[in-house]
Ligand binder design. Structure first.
Ligand SMILES: [Zn+2]
Length: 63
């Protein structure tokens, strides 16, 4: 499963509209670090919260 596939089926947790490919988002997730050199590679396991970056107001209502 790719990140694209996950994002295609998610809606914004702030405005409720679909999040489309290539839109900038803010996400709360867990996973594990797969690379830790100059760039951090994160292998997502579950995304708890995702919203458009422009909708982010600093509060994640997880649940
Ligand atoms: Zn939104």
């Amino acid at each position: 499963m790719t990140e694209d596939a996950l994002l295609c089926v998610r809606t914004c947790d702030k405005c409720g509209k679909p999040i489309r490919k290539n839109q900038k988002v803010f996400a709360v997730s867990d996973g594990k670090i797969v690379h830790s050199n100059e760039l951090i590679g994160l292998n997502y396991e579950q995304i708890y919260f995702v919203c458009h970056k422009g909708c982010w107001d600093g509060v994640a209502e997880i649940g």
